[in-house]
Design a protein around this ligand. Structure first.
Ligand code: SF4
Length: 383
């Protein structure tokens, strides 16, 4: 007897106990999967363009990104895979299988598989418009592990070409909270189940800057207390799963906005932080980097650096002294003596929290708090 219990994962997604979570999703949720955004070019299909969440910066553009990093060669992908200690990679766009993109997609899959080995898991997203038996064979030969379709209603049958080619075949579609759409989605799941597809990944419907106008015009509302969840999408998904699970054997996973926007990113940041962290930095629970920054005139900073080495006994390798600023671990900044010294020398000290990147272009300071205030907040949090 199948165990139909629906469980919530640590990352706040939902799945059927017995069937588990598709491999590509498992890696995403753990932050071990990098995302290769091939480019923003696709056929602008009617069924998805109106809710497409791709940003204006990327949509229709030829630029390629691995996670947040814009790249100009495939070798740069390897650098990022190393930075997050990735176990897999997804390929998205645009449509990676659209004719003008296909050659590059195949080239990238072969390249990564050759360097990272067979076990390195690669999955790919497509709208299915350009899919064929021939492309399925090419993808399988290149080493693709998993393919995810979001096909239009009249194009479900293309998925059959991907079956029995040695890769896992599934669908990934949003849960749009409209009666007709949900009815159709139910039929789609039955269809996938019938043809022997491996899984469906349902996404909570997302409000984002690029699609907000279209969603507003269609009367979709934002769920209260959230920044991107469309109202009722989660309820519809949960109801659908409960209704359909006893009738099918296909693996079903529901991915929430919070899983995407918070958990995946947090896990990836944590992994990246471990590999890029410098001696004077600490890693927060969110995977951000934390250190103390002291700013001032060149002459004062130089003097203060010596003071830290001699009076506070900060080890040299924990200190980074530049012309007009210096950086040190927060444990030294928390010493009462440091605040006194800062006052005496008329210098400003802050606790910096920033995203775990070394490339300035991607570094973002998320908080810059005066040391005194930071200490007070810490004391308050202790109570
Ligand atoms: S195929 Fe993808 S990128 Fe293109 S419109 Fe649809 S969702 Fe957006």
């Amino acid at each position: 007897m199948r165990d139909l219990e629906i469980l919530e994962s640590k990352a706040q997604t939902f799945y059927v106990k017995k069937e588990g979570i598709p491999k590509g999703c498992q890696q995403c949720l753990k932050g071990t999967k990098a995302v290769l955004f091939l480019n923003g070019i696709c056929q602008n299909p009617k069924h998805c363009w109106w809710y497409c969440p791709i940003s204006e910066k990327r949509k229709g553009k030829k630029d390629t990104y691995i996670n947040e990093i814009q790249i100009s060669s495939k070798e740069q992908i390897l650098h990022e895979l190393k930075a997050i200690n990735a176990k897999g990679m997804s390929i998205t766009g645009g449509d990676p299988l659209y004719e003008p993109n296909l050659k590059k997609t195949l080239e990238y899959i072969k390249f990564i598989k050759k360097i990272k080995g067979k076990k390195f898991h690669i999955h790919l997203y497509t709208n299915g418009l350009n899919f064929s038996e021939e492309i399925a064979i090419k993808l399988a030969r290149a080493g693709l592990d998993e393919i995810r379709f979001n096909p239009s209603k009249d194009n479900w049958n293309v998925m059959k070409y991907a079956l029995n080619k040695g890769m896992s075949v599934g669908a990934e579609v949003p849960v749009i909270p409209e009666v007709e759409y949900i009815e159709n989605l139910k039929k789609f799941i039955f269809y996938l189940n019938k043809i022997g597809a491996d899984f469906i990944n349902l996404n909570e419907f997302e409000y984002s800057l690029p699609n907000s106008q279209n969603l507003l015009e269609r009367n979709f509302k934002l769920e209260a207390g959230t920044i991107a969840s469309v109202k009722n999408s989660k309820e519809c998904a949960m109801k659908l799963i409960h209704d359909i699970v006893p009738k099918v054997t296909i693996k079903i996973h529901f991915c929430t906005i919070i899983a995407k926007d918070y958990w995946q990113l947090r896990e990836r940041y944590l992994r990246r932080a471990k590999t890029v962290k410098l001696k004077y930095e600490e890693i927060t629970r969110e995977g951000l980097l934390l250190y103390a920054l002291i700013e001032g005139k060149e002459k004062d900073i130089k003097e203060f650096c010596n003071l830290l080495l001699n009076e506070l006994k900060v080890p040299q390798n924990f200190l980074s002294c530049e012309a007009t600023y210096l950086k040190l671990p927060i444990k030294f900044a928390m010493e009462e003596r440091l605040l006194d010294l800062l006052n005496q020398h008329n210098l400003q000290g802050y606790i910096i929290e920033m995203t775990p990147f070394r490339e300035e272009k991607y570094q973002q300071i998320t908080e810059k708090t005066p040391i005194k205030l930071f200490k007070e907040e810490m004391r308050l949090n202790d109570y």
